[in-house]
Design a protein around this ligand. Structure first.
Ligand code: ZN
Ligand code: ZN
Length: 116
C-alpha cells in the first residue's frame, strides 16, 4: 500500500502523506499540489471571479476604451451613465467652453486633440 508514502507539495513545499493529495494523474500519482493548497487556490480564484463580475465595464463612446462604471458620470436626470468617460467628458466640456469663449477661434474636434 502506498498509504505510508509521502509527497512534496509543489506549492507550499511541504512533505505530506499522499492522503493529502487528490488521486489524479495517469497512474494515480496524485495532484502536484496538496489539498490545502488546492482549496486556497480555489478560494482565491472564486474571490477573483466574484470581484471581476462586480466590475461591469462600459465602453466610452469617444475613446472607445472600456472602463469600470466609476469612470463615467452618473446623470441623475436620465438615470444612466454618460456615454463618455470622465476624461473624454472633461475634454469635451473644455473644448465646448473654449468654443463658446473663443468664438471665432477654431478648435479641432476630430482627429486628435491639440493638447493645450
Ligand atoms: Zn501545499
Ligand atoms: Zn473616453
Amino acid at each position: 500500500m502506498k498509504n505510508s508514502a509521502s509527497k512534496t507539495c509543489g506549492r507550499c513545499r511541504q512533505t505530506k502523506s499522499t492522503l493529502n493529495f487528490y488521486p489524479v494523474g495517469q497512474d494515480g500519482e496524485g495532484h502536484p499540489f496538496c489539498t490545502d493548497c488546492l482549496s486556497l487556490i480555489f478560494l482565491a480564484k472564486e474571490r477573483e471571479r466574484r470581484k471581476t463580475s462586480l466590475v461591469r465595464l462600459r465602453t466610452c463612446a469617444q475613446c472607445e476604451q472600456a472602463f469600470p462604471l466609476g469612470h463615467f458620470h452618473w446623470i441623475k436626470a436620465s438615470k444612466a451613465y454618460h456615454s463618455y468617460c470622465r476624461a473624454c467628458h472633461s475634454a469635451y466640456m473644455a473644448i465646448r467652453y473654449l468654443r463658446k469663449k473663443g468664438g471665432s477661434r477654431k478648435v479641432r474636434s476630430a482627429g486628435g486633440w491639440t493638447g493645450t
